[in-house]
Design a protein around this ligand. Structure first.
Ligand code: MG
Length: 465
């Protein structure tokens, strides 16, 4: 089977192996065809291959009769926001987000700031497959114009968010796309900023573009040493953020998402919050407390954005730190999320004017979550999953809710279990969360036994035919 060009977050691969200038040229030609020679904005993160791919994209777009506006180095959410603001027909972001430096990728955005969904990505793939590209006559070939409109993004945040306190913040932009914007914007909002890894650099010498416990060690130490109020880190393209509390500890991702979501619900006196099937049940508990409702979607920011729009949700977020604020635009936005988090801390603080981050985050209960894998040959994965759906009630008779939007997600009295076939490996992944560690273990035991039994039966069945 021919591999699909687009994955869960656009086209991604190792440069000059999976992602070549030729591929970029084809994608650009397809975008030109799809938008009928529209107005297209192009931006990129700090990767060494940015210019190579950008030139290829520009050539394809111009050949297809598009007018091209290049933004240069920008975070993904800024590209998304500006695509809508300057009334472009589509936006193209050159980024591999949190992947290692040798990777790059291409992510497409609609005129409304939302990333291309699966359906639109398929249409682009189809144009490439059929090679029926639109080509302009020589008289109709337009120009590439370099524009600097980043101020519009900074302006809208400055106009809509006022911070009362002088926050002392350590920002770790990780040599990524937020390096030029985040420290400036926080200072404009009155914060005292210490910026680390803030030189844009495609080799990512400061840390990995993926913000995790290992890569954020320096940030945690510096926050503690400076006695700062908080630390903030972004991924390579700035659509995700991770917060470090005043003690120098990374705020647990599910809990901070749940507490922030509950704050938004409280402020709006209800509403809908979108998250994925993988997020903790602490989100439901926190959101229901203030009469809000949760909608769960497939994993992936594009799915969350689509659901946010469809349900007219007031907030959407994944536990990886990709938060969507539809009031501004439909792309997850790390810089905006971190600024709105500070604002939330001020609003929740009452007399003391602000609440400390660790206290805020600890309002959400933390439940034990465990993950295990069961080996399963790739050719029977889908059969195992469909059989599982039919017989799961025998193992878990007291199911409160069953979702099949992304694998099988079952809500039980005291927790939930998610069983998903891996997209890339011969594995079935099982995730369990429950009120206590013992309950989680018990649910996991039952789920693993059931999946293993099914895999064994399917292997045998496959041998018979
Ligand atoms: Mg990212």
């Amino acid at each position: 089977m021919k591999q699909k060009l687009f994955g869960t977050s656009g086209v991604r691969g190792v440069v000059n192996r999976d992602l070549t200038p030729e591929t970029a040229l084809q994608i650009a030609s397809a975008v030109a065809t799809y938008t009928n020679s529209g107005k297209i904005v192009v931006g990129h993160d700090t990767r060494t291959s940015a210019s190579m791919l950008e030139n290829s994209l520009i050539a394809g777009l111009l050949a297809g009769g598009c007018s091209v506006y290049t933004l240069g180095l920008v975070p993904t959410p800024v590209l998304a926001y500006l695509t809508r603001e300057i009334k472009a027909d589509a936006g193209i972001m050159i980024t591999a987000s949190h992947n290692p430096p040798e990777y790059n990728g291409i992510k497409l955005f609609n005129e409304d700031s939302m990333a291309f969904n699966e359906e639109k990505q398929k249409q682009i793939e189809k144009i490439i497959e059929n090679k029926n590209f639109r080509r302009a006559n020589w008289q109709n070939i337009k120009k590439e114009t370099r524009i600097d409109e980043t101020y519009r993004y900074m302006d809208v945040i400055q106009k809509t968010v006022t911070l009362k306190k002088k926050w002392q913040i350590v920002l770790d932009t990780g040599n990524g796309a937020t390096s030029n914007i985040a420290p400036t914007l926080f200072r404009k909002l009155g914060c005292k900023v210490t910026a680390i890894n803030s030189q844009p650099d495609g080799f990512f010498p400061g840390r990995s573009p993926e913000p995790n416990t290992e890569s954020l060690q320096s940030l945690c130490q510096i926050v503690k040493q400076l006695k700062a109020d908080a630390g903030i880190a972004y991924d390579g393209d700035g659509d995700r953020m991770v917060a470090v509390d005043e003690k120098g500890k990374i705020s647990p991702l599910d809990q901070i998402l749940a507490t922030y979501a509950s704050h938004v619900i409280k402020e709006n006196k209800g509403g809908i919050v979108v998250t994925t099937v993988e997020a903790s049940m602490c989100l439901e508990k926190m959101v229901k407390k203030y009469n809000g409702r949760i909608e769960r979607t497939k994993v992936g920011d594009i799915n969350v954005a689509t659901a946010v729009k469809a349900h007219k949700a007031i907030f959407g977020g994944e536990p990886c730190g990709a938060w969507i604020h539809p009031k501004y635009h439909y792309s997850p936005d790390g810089i905006l999320s971190s600024i709105l988090l500070l604002k939330a801390l001020e609003e929740e603080g009452e007399e003391e004017q602000k609440i400390i981050l660790s206290k805020f985050v600890s309002r959400a209960p933390q439940y034990p979550m465990i993950r295990e894998n069961v080996t399963c040959p790739s050719n029977i994965k889908s059969k195992v999953m469909s059989e599982l759906e039919k017989i799961v009630d025998s193992t878990f008779p007291k199911v409160k809710e069953k979702l099949t939007i992304d694998g099988l997600h079952i809500t039980l009295e005291n927790g939930w279990v998610l069983i998903r076939a891996s997209g890339t490996e011969p594995l079935i992944r099982v995730t369990v969360e429950a009120e206590s560690a013992n309950e989680a273990k018990e649910i996991m035991g039952k789920a693993i036994k059931l999946v293993k039994k099914l895999v064994k039966e399917m292997v045998k069945w496959k041998q018979l035919f």
